[in-house]
Design a protein around this ligand. Sequence first.
Ligand SMILES: Nc1ncnc2c1ncn2[C@@H]1O[C@H](COP(=O)(O)OP(=O)(O)OP(=O)(O)O)[C@@H](O)[C@H]1O
Ligand SMILES: [Mg+2]
Length: 148
Amino acid sequence: MKRTKVNEMKVIFDSKSENESLARYICAAFCAVFDPTVEALADVKCTVSEAVTNCVVHAYKDTVGKIYMTLKAYNDSSVSISIRDKGCGIEDTKQAREPLFTTDLAGERSGMGFPIMESLSERFSLKSKPGVGTQVSMSFKLDKNTKG
Ligand SMILES: Nc1ncnc2c1ncn2[C@@H]1O[C@H](COP(=O)(O)OP(=O)(O)OP(=O)(O)O)[C@@H](O)[C@H]1O
Ligand SMILES: [Mg+2]
C-alpha cells in the first residue's frame, strides 16, 4: 500500500504557556480519527508538551513569538507532527539531545525534553540554526495492532 497523506492541519499560536494545553488537545483531537490507545495518545500529548514548552522557555526566552505546528495524517494510521519556532536557535543540536543537558541555570529544568520526545516517538528529528530557529519533527504509529 502506498503511503499517502489523508489529512493536514497547520496552526500558528503565541509562545505563551497557556497555549501548551491547547496544542496538546489539538494534536489529540487530530489523532482521534485513528482510534488510538490511551497510551499512544498520552505519548503524543507528552511529546507535544515538551516541544511547545521548549519554544516558550528557550526559543523566545524573554519575549513572545509564534509557534508553527503542522500535523499530517497518513493512510497507514500514522501521524507526523512538526513544531517550529523562529527563536534563538541551538548552537549544538547533538549536545542538546543528550540526556540531562540543559542551559537552564535556575535549576528548574532537567534536560530531559529531547530524550523524552525521542523515546516516545517512532521517528524524531531536530533541526536548528542559531538566530534563525528550531524545528522538531516527530511521527507516531497509532494503529492499535502495532506498538504505539
Ligand atoms: N526551541 C528551542 N530553541 C532554543 N533552544 C532550545 C529549544 N529547545 C531546546 N533548546 C535547548 O536545548 C536544551 C535541551 O532541551 P531539553 O528539552 O532536552 O531540556 P530542557 O528544556 O533544558 O529541560 P526539560 O525539558 O527537562 O524541562 C535546552 O536547555 C535549551 O538550551
Ligand atoms: Mg525542554
